[in-house]
Design a binder for this molecule. Structure first.
Ligand code: IPE
Ligand code: IPE
Ligand code: MG
Length: 250
């Protein structure tokens, strides 16, 4: 099945988020250590980014490292941080060539100094690009993000710049890392796991979910197109009835 040709270009998701999972299992199935899987996962990041940019999708968020991933063996954490630095450094010219802007969500203050600096430099160097926004979630978890937002809102109330009555959904959303990023329309998770793992909990209230058994290092453009095609055949009702949604299209 050639999924790309079946995609309706007038009904693309604005924001696709991906939980890139299964690197470790992919490597272990082949008799290698987990880090080998992470290294191969970089090719899939390139594929997903290219596929999104080619289709004209505006936001692609990739879950690269969670708050909970800090609890992994230190060799694996160090290898992942190194891989991040190397990849960002190597890929910056390509991002610029393809008009891709790199952004980040997460607790960047926890990153090793080198990783954080390289990251900030790449974000700076691509900040003028107007095509795809590639958002990396690094040292990110949704509960961390929401907790930080609550703390900040509480401080504003205490200082008198905000009253409790003024706190509404928009105020909460504006205190999240994603304040200038629309909510994901589509979430893809690879490797057969069907869970959210502390990713964008607030923002995914009405995202469509797509799960695939493919491990992340095997993820290619075809799988991305397949997910978009599936998304385009869902009816997003946002709590309304089907009749209310389709009334204007008949
Ligand atoms: C996803 O693959 C990458 C990260 C979480 C950094 P995993 O490393 O979780 O691979 P599995 O799920 O153990 O196979
Ligand atoms: C989620 O994958 C985090 C990332 C993909 C970065 P995990 O492999 O850490 O999630 P769990 O532990 O299986 O839920
Ligand atoms: Mg995993």
């Amino acid at each position: 099945m050639i999924w790309k040709e079946r995609i309706d270009r007038s009904n693309l998701p604005t924001h696709v988020a991906i939980i890139m999972d299964g690197n470790g299992r992919w490597a272990q199935e082949r008799g290698y250590n987990r880090i080998y899987g992470h290294q191969h996962g970089v090719d899939s990041v390139r594929e997903a980014t290219e596929a999104a940019a080619e289709l004209g999708i505006k936001y692609l968020t990739l879950y690269a490292f969670s708050t909970e991933n800090w609890n992994r063996p230190s060799e694996e954490v160090e290898a992942l941080m190194e891989l991040l630095v190397d990849t960002i450094e190597k890929e910056t010219p390509t991002l610029n060539k393809n008009n891709v802007r790199l952004r980040a969500i997460g607790d960047l203050a926890r990153l090793p100094r080198m990783t954080k600096e390289k990251f900030e430099r790449c974000m700076e160097e691509t900040s003028g690009n107007t095509g795809l926004n590639l958002v990396l979630a690094i040292s990110y978890s949704s509960r961390w993000e929401i907790t930080a937002a609550v703390r900040q809102i509480a401080a504003e109330v205490l200082s008198g710049s905000l009253s409790p009555e003024q706190i509404n959904e928009q105020v909460v959303a504006e205190h999240l890392n994603t304040k200038d990023i629309p909510d994901p329309d589509l979430l893809i998770r690879t490797s057969g796991e069907q869970r959210i793992s502390n990713f964008l909990l607030w923002q995914m209230a009405y995202s469509e979910l797509f799960f695939t058994d493919v491990n992340w290092p095997d993820f290619r453009k075809e799988q991305f197109y397949n997910a978009i095609y599936s998304y385009q055949h869902r009816e997003r009702r946002y709590g309304k009835t089907s009749e209310q949604i389709t009334r204007f299209h008949r």
